[in-house]
Design a protein around this ligand. Structure first.
Ligand SMILES: Cc1cc2nc3c(=O)[nH]c(=O)nc-3n(C[C@H](O)[C@H](O)[C@H](O)COP(=O)(O)OP(=O)(O)OC[C@H]3O[C@@H](n4cnc5c(N)ncnc54)[C@H](O)[C@@H]3O)c2cc1C
Length: 440
């Protein structure tokens, strides 16, 4: 089969790898000049680092197996993580259960309750019973108003902006599953980060795809899918040198969000309506290369609704900084609605807003400590998954013959992540193989 894959993110690369291995003729069309999409990296000095912080959990079996399958398992390294929450004007360690039980900002009874809620959610396998309730409603019913307002509400609001009351409970359930499962016997959270960043996996996938006869075109934007008799016939694309071209394919796999896919081809009303229901948060990520750390934690969540950002992820509090010329690499992360004014700001304007708040966390924080910076805005960073999502979630196999969609909004109930992109790649491959063999 001749297969076009739109997008060279992890889903596109994983699908291309699997399909090319099975002997299909695969071509990836990627509009940007690089592969990796949201997991792509940039070079700073002599090291590569993700444009947005990335790590893997113990539960991320599909991607961990892909490393094995590619023979690059030695890339995987595990580190003790450290977690904290900024609330009530102070940073509190929330790394261990003891930290949680001694957290003075909420009453003792509530700390016990929070610990029990985590254990209870971890033990529940049937997430479907949470389908018709939002995380906001469920959590606010299970903790006191004070605890909800101090810790949980600011975290939900920080991540989902104006959508924070709509997020379904299965999303929260899945978060607890991965975070609790990533704790070892001593209840220490351990996280995986590849020795040479995610760039090594991306490069290896590219090499394997090419070795299997596949082709990867960068700076090639797909602009239209041509359908004949309700079947994929060809794609239109704009090539690197701005020339409009058409190429015939048997199959197209789109890894783009629905809002892009729905402009490439005409869908019937019902599918289009469901596609339009899927909204996203964008991410604004500032990477600071600093002389000094900001905190001693890897993951600092901000539970203070006055703050203009959601979290500080100090990469070099997870990975030894001698790998980065002794620099401290810090991500300041923010999720905002697609129409949020913060998205219009440049680095300097944004930092003017951020710095007073960075000083609240560490009074010694100073612009002079910044050796270098990178600034990234990421569209479609986080799908908003509301209640009863199963009832209108769009299938991978679309009602146009030969057209398949594999994107982050299909990952449910788990939160999107590279692991699930790899899994999507495997699922779409399986469906295509079954269709090819006439099983369906
Ligand atoms: C801030 C942030 C932090 C994250 N942290 C983690 C983490 O710690 N661990 C983890 O596992 N995951 C993390 N993720 C999630 C993970 O990066 C994504 O879920 C995953 O990379 C998505 O891959 P994808 O291929 O589905 O989509 P994308 O990476 O979005 O790839 C889609 C590709 O399609 C291309 N494209 C779009 N339209 C066209 C067109 N018309 N023609 C050609 N090409 C097109 C785009 O340029 C893009 O490269 C994080 C994401 C963000 C934003």
């Amino acid at each position: 089969m001749k297969i076009c894959i739109i997008g060279a993110g992890i889903t596109g690369l994983a699908s291309a790898y699997k399909l090319s291995k099975l002997g299909h003729e695969v071509k990836i069309f990627e509009s940007s000049p690089f592969s990796g999409g949201q997991a792509s990296t940039i070079k700073i000095n002599d090291f590569e680092i993700e444009k947005a912080y990335h790590h893997l959990f113990v539960t991320d079996k599909a991607i961990l197996n892909l490393y094995k399958d590619l023979g690059i398992e030695s890339e995987l390294e595990w580190f003790n993580s450290s977690v904290a929450t900024y609330a009530n004007n102070k940073t509190w360690s929330t790394t261990t259960p003891i930290d949680l039980l001694t957290l003075p900002i909420i009453p003792f009874k509530e700390r016990i309750k929070l610990s029990f809620i985590s254990i209870r959610l971890k033990l529940i396998n049937n997430w479907k019973k949470f389908e018709n309730i939002t995380a906001y409603d469920w959590l606010s019913k299970h903790v006191s108003e004070e605890t909800f307002k101090i810790i949980l509400e600011p975290l939900l609001r920080g991540k989902f902006g104006r959508y924070y009351k709509q997020i379904c409970m299965p999303w929260f359930w899945a978060k607890i599953q991965s975070r609790v499962s990533s704790r070892n016997k001593k209840f220490q959270e351990i996280l995986c980060y590849p020795k040479s960043s995610f760039s090594f996996l991306i490069k290896k996938l590219e090499d394997q795809i090419i070795q299997n006869g596949g082709v990867i075109y960068h700076k090639h934007k797909v602009t239209k899918l041509n359908i004949k008799n309700n079947q994929i016939e060809s794609i239109n694309f704009v090539s690197e040198n701005k020339i409009n071209k058409t190429e015939n394919f048997d199959i197209v796999i789109s890894t783009t969000p629905y809002s892009i896919l729905s402009k490439l081809v005409t869908f019937d009303k019902k599918i289009l309506m469901n596609m339009n229901k899927v909204e996203y948060m964008s991410a604004i990520v500032v990477i600071l290369i600093l002389n000094k750390p900001i905190s001693k934690y890897y993951w600092l969540s901000i539970a203070d609704k006055e703050f203009p950002f959601l979290g500080i992820i100090e990469h070099t509090n997870l990975i030894p900084k001698n790998r980065y010329s002794d620099s401290n690499i810090v991500y300041i992360t923010n999720y905002v609605e697609e129409d949020n004014d913060l998205l219009k700001l440049d680095y300097n304007s944004l930092m003017k807003i951020y710095v007073p708040f960075l000083k609240k966390i560490n009074p010694d924080f100073n612009l002079d400590n910044i050796r270098d910076f990178k600034f990234n805005k990421i569209n479609y960073a986080q799908p908003i998954i509301p209640i009863n999502y199963s009832s209108y979630k769009i299938p991978i196999k679309l009602p146009i013959k030969g057209l398949y969609s594999a994107n982050t909004a299909q990952i449910y109930p788990e939160d999107r992540g590279t692991n699930y992109s790899v899994e999507l790649g495997e699922i779409v491959t399986k469906i295509i193989q079954e269709d090819k063999n006439g099983f369906t």
